[in-house]
Design a protein around this ligand. Structure first.
Ligand code: NAP
Length: 377
């Protein structure tokens, strides 16, 4: 056993013991899964809401959204389409109002799925989509945020989504060849034309955010943020706070890892799963990072929460303007994830948990190759 591995295991054991020993970790029955979040009471759902963005650029949304990508793209097995339409509609029924997709997921088929599923409920919910990739012969071929291209993508997305407007349109990745002012100006025009309601950026730097916000105020930044990738706390959160922009963590469960249901024997289907190429999903990294799962399960086991719920609740506890969009293809996970919005940490719990997590060094980069070059923070 390597020295590093030994020290991880030792750190895990120590952290586990300290979490158990902390008296502040008492069970509060009102915070357990028996609360009614997600069920209907007198015909109304009981889901918590949050606000992304400020003033006339804001959007009120359910505290947890639904990432729809994995229903057709990048998460190995593609489930039956009819079942996924039923799942999205069930999410509406449970009170989720924020649904996330993108042109590039599939490509195209995920927008078609989301459009068909949500068409009957269009006025009750918000659809988020994204532009920014060049797609050729069904494959990603670099970035493209030229104004004409943005306009063309939006026209096609509107058709696939069966709607006349996109509630929140993100630039998926910043295009170094197109000035941000031109991108923001194009989205501003689309907003004036009624085709788009709000503007967001994904994986943008602080400088990109400031430039865009000057031309068209931003409602949300959508970037990777989970207990395995906390960099946005260092810089992007500060600019979001200063400018009144919301933050939407993508892959908030680190693509399923933080649920504790992925282990070193898990097989990812390379033809439809980017985890097959990402350094954090190698058997060695999966084993080395298990100390994180230990912290989550230690905390959850004494309150009746799953590791996934604790991971999501911890993100929600960081700022009131954070709205994670976990992806799932299963009703049980959808319900579980939605319940995480009911979990409230006491200040002591949050402090102890933060201290425990800060002692862990995550093994493996989050991206490699071209995807790593395309992210700017
Ligand atoms: N802006 C961007 O560049 C970008 C990049 C990636 C993703 N996204 C968006 O973010 C959304 C979510 O990201 P993601 O799918 O990459 O990662 P994620 O939400 O962190 O994880 C999704 C994975 O976790 C599993 N899962 C979800 N809830 C679970 C639970 N309660 N217990 C056990 N397993 C659970 C799902 O499997 P099951 O189906 O079995 O539940 C799925 O494989 C996407 O759908 C997409 O809309 C955006």
């Amino acid at each position: 056993m390597s020295r590093n591995r030994r020290s991880f295991l030792k750190a895990g054991a120590t952290l586990g013991a300290s979490l158990l020993a902390t008296p502040a970790f008492s069970v509060n029955p009102s915070q357990s899964n028996t609360t009614a979040n997600g069920t209907t009471k007198g015909g109304k759902t009981n889901v918590k809401h949050r606000t992304l963005g400020s003033g006339k650029h804001s959007l009120e949304v359910s505290a947890i959204g639904l990432g729809c990508m994995g229903m057709s793209y990048h998460r190995s097995f593609i489930p039956d389409r009819k079942n996924m339409i039923a799942l999205i509609r069930k999410a509406v029924d449970m009170g989720i109002t924020l649904f996330d997709t993108a042109e590039v997921y599939g490509p195209y088929v995920n927008e078609e799925l989301v459009g068909e599923a949500l068409a009957p409920f269009r006025k009750k919910i918000l659809i988020c989509s994204k532009f920014g990739f060049n797609i050729q012969n069904g494959q990603m071929a670099g970035l493209n945020s030229k104004p004409d291209h943005i306009r063309n993508v939006v026209e096609q997305s509107l058709k696939r989504l069966k709607t006349d407007h996109i509630d929140l349109l993100y630039q998926h990745r910043v295009d170094p060849n197109v000035p941000m002012e031109d991108v923001a100006g194009t989205v501003r025009d689309l907003i004036q034309e009624g085709k788009v309601r709000r503007f967001g950026l994904s994986e943008a730097s602080v400088a990109d955010i400031r430039k865009a916000h000057t031309v068209q105020p931003l409602t949300a930044i959508q970037s990777e943020y989970s207990l395995m990738w906390r960099k946005p706390e260092e810089d992007v959160f500060k600019v979001c706070e200063e400018l009144g922009i919301g933050f939407v963590p993508y892959s908030p469960l680190c693509r399923g890892y933080l649920s504790g249901l992925i282990n070193e024997r898990t097989k990812f289907i390379a033809a439809n799963d980017n985890r097959a190429t990402l350094p954090r999903y190698t058997p060695d990294a999966i084993k080395a990072n298990w100390v994180l799962i230990d912290v989550l399960t230690e905390f959850g086991n004494h309150r009746g929460y799953t590791a996934a719920q604790v991971a999501l609740a911890y993100l929600l506890a960081q700022k009131p303007w954070i709205v994670p969009i976990p992806g799932t293809t299963k009703l049980a996970h959808l319900q579980e994830n939605l319940w995480s919005a009911d979990i409230e940490f006491t200040p002591d719990e949050l402090k102890t948990m933060t201290e425990a997590l800060s002692k862990i060094t995550v093994v493996g980069d989050r991206y490699t190759g071209q995807p790593a070059q395309q992210v700017r923070n």
